[in-house]
Ligand binder design. Structure first.
Ligand code: AMP
Length: 599
């Protein structure tokens, strides 16, 4: 393809015939965005015309946008939950989709403390695979020679659960890595990983990370790019190296694998890769022994050209630490996706994180947009369907909330993401990811909203009752200066009688009680993945929250409308809070979590 100069310049020619085809596909999709969308909706409606869900809206076989928009309501997860529950319980009738539900994808968004369940169909895997297949052809335009080495990617699967009817429920990436599409992918010189499949496909987080790091060290000179899905994953990998380099060096020196790696498939494949190499072992020790982690990525993997990690949205908080570890290597955010639907890709992956835009591929689903203007919110009610905009109707500079309809049977489903149009590639809008609605705290995959935080504070403060103590005000902060990051909750207490106030031990237990109340994604990250550290409560002096209000008012907030922010990140506010801390408490134990879930 003559890659349009709008993708960016300077760009090279397609790296190979396969890439040329992929780029041609992007051209076709983005040039005919509206037409493709019309066809996708019509296909979805025709395919699912007989479903119970669509039947109730009396489309009478219509597959056009106008009828669809006038008859089908815009919904959220709670509206669909009764249907989803029936599928989970084993009802095989065509409820949402006329195609059989192949599995449930568990979103990191939660409902009543559990991951949301997204029913999916087999054909969706091919659509996801198609989007993945476009990523390297775009990257090859900007970074030549990626076929001359390997990618060090830290990729993980998570525990699966089974619904009462025997369908598996697992995160979308676990589903993808376990699929034949991934496991038996044809060799592609532009997409060779240092991690053998066996190391990725081990559910034990330690064994998986250890073996992937070990292979990454062995292949260190061949590594041309380092990555994980999200920035938090790569930061965690480097922390893992900091904690485990001695044992890793020992394995490299002797060629024998750490006995803690018990997974037979990993042992078999990694033992073929790791051979005694005293020189490499010495190198690893020399680089790590002084505890200097600045530039560690480029020291250990000197040929790394970029970091392939998502640093947009909540992940932006990890940019400084990644810059520190990598001496400011470029960070590429290649893709924008969710459990509900994979949306699109970044056509200019080498831009700065603040300039990253994603182009939604119109073949992935049918996309609609609710104009998002906090001063003039759109009311969504089943009786008066709002006028939602199509991909082709959007305007540069405006913000929108994303609504999707998918082949799997989601119809006009609000994803919760707020996007801003930054420009167009051909006729396809390019979006900056602004934020996810209602997310207060996020360290890794967790997303904690205001209600969950409020409930957690209420539950924990039950422990204070017998000490005649109440929490009068609170706020929170996602601290990513520690690795792993952790939640910090500032509490101002009213202690009726200081001589019988809560002890340190009680306040420590309050931390744990908060963690027990948080959603399952948080607790899984704490327990199984170790990607979130123990929750911390900082008790502040009496009057601190009044000072916070004075500060906000001095900066122009209205005294009548002032509300305590339930999450803070603005440095002067943090400094004020931290200067008033009287005691600090940490959760003494991990909260309860099991891979079993309630259905
Ligand atoms: P999940 O439901 O766990 O698959 O999470 C999907 C959500 O993760 C999306 O709806 C976004 O809020 C967020 N997300 C996914 N990709 C990106 C990205 N590239 N940049 C920012 N946020 C993202």
């Amino acid at each position: 393809m003559a890659v349009d100069s709008a993708i960016s310049s300077p760009v090279g020619p397609p790296a190979c015939e396969k890439d040329a085809k992929a780029l041609q596909f992007i051209e076709e999709m983005t040039k005919n965005c509206d037409e493709v969308q019309e066809n996708v909706l019509s296909e979805i409606l025709a395919q699912n015309a007989g479903t119970e869900y669509l039947q109730q809206w009396n489309l009478a076989g219509a597959t056009d946008r106008e009828t669809f928009k006038s008859k089908v309501p815009v919904v959220g997860y709670e509206d669909l939950q009764p249907y989803i529950q029936r599928i989970a319980n084993g009802d095989r009738s065509p409820i949402l989709s006329s195609h059989p539900i192949s599995e449930f994808l568990t979103s990191s968004g939660t409902s009543a403390g559990e991951r949301k369940l997204m029913p999916t169909i087999a054909a969706e895997m091919d659509r996801r695979q198609k989007l993945y297949s476009l990523l390297m052809p775009v990257m090859n335009l900007y970074v030549p020679g990626l076929d001359k080495g390997k990618g060090l990617y830290f990729l993980f699967i998570k525990a699966e659960a089974k619904t009462p009817s025997g369908l598996v429920a697992r995160p979308v990436l676990t589903s993808y890595y376990k699929s034949q599409q991934f496991k038996t992918r044809p060799f592609d010189p532009y997409n060779v990983y240092t991690s053998p499949n066996e190391t990725i496909l081990c559910v034990d987080a330690f064994q998986s990370m250890y073996s992937q790091m070990l292979c990454g060290l062995v292949y260190r000179e061949q590594v041309l790019r380092c990555g994980a899905v999200f920035a938090s994953g790569l930061v965690r990998a480097i922390k893992f190296l900091q904690l485990n380099w001695k044992q890793l060096a020992l394995d490299i020196e002797s060629g024998n694998l750490n006995p803690k790696i018990t997974d037979p498939a990993i042992r078999e494949c990694v033992s073929k890769i790791v051979k005694p190499d005293p020189e490499l072992a010495r190198f690893v020790r020399d680089e790590c022994c002084e505890g200097n982690w600045e530039g560690i990525i480029t020291r250990i993997w000197p040929n790394t050209k970029y970091l392939d990690v998502i640093v947009t949205g909540a992940m932006a908080q990890y940019i400084p630490i990644l810059d520190y570890y990598s001496g400011n290597l470029p960070k590429t955010c290649t893709m924008y996706a969710s459990s509900e639907c994979y949306f699109g890709l970044n056509l200019t992956p080498m831009v700065k994180p603040s300039e990253v835009c994603y182009t939604i591929m119109p073949n992935m689903g049918y996309f609609e947009f609710i104009p998002h203007d906090p001063s003039n919110p759109v009311t969504i009610s089943p009786d008066s369907p709002p006028h939602l905009l199509d991909l082709a109707d959007l305007e540069i500079g405006k913000e929108y909330e994303l609504v999707i309809s998918t082949y799997s049977g989601l119809c006009r489903y609000r994803v919760g993401d707020i996007l801003q149009v930054k420009g167009f590639y051909n006729s396809a809008p390019q979006f900056k990811f602004i934020r996810r609605k209602n997310v207060l705290l996020s360290i890794d995959a967790d997303k904690t909203d205001e209600t969950e935080l409020q409930t957690a504070v209420e539950n924990a403060s039950e422990l204070l009752k017998e000490f005649n103590t109440t929490v009068v005000e609170y706020t929170s902060y996602g601290d990513t200066k520690t690795i792993p990051g952790h939640y910090v909750i500032y509490w101002e207490l009213l202690v009726k009688d200081p001589s019988t106030g809560p002890t340190d031990d009680v306040l420590d237990r309050c931390c744990l009680a908060m963690e027990e109340s948080l959603n399952s994604v948080y607790r899984q990250s704490r327990v199984a993945d170790n990607s979130i550290g123990p929750l911390e409560i900082r008790i502040v002096q009496n009057g601190t929250f009044e000072e916070l209000m004075d500060y906000a008012i001095s900066r122009g907030a209205s005294i009548n409308q002032y509300k305590v922010p339930r999450c803070v990140s603005f440095t002067p506010i943090m400094e004020l809070l931290d200067s008033r801390v009287v005691s600090v408490h940490f959760s003494p134990a991990p909260p309860h979590w099991t891979s079993e879930r309630r259905f």
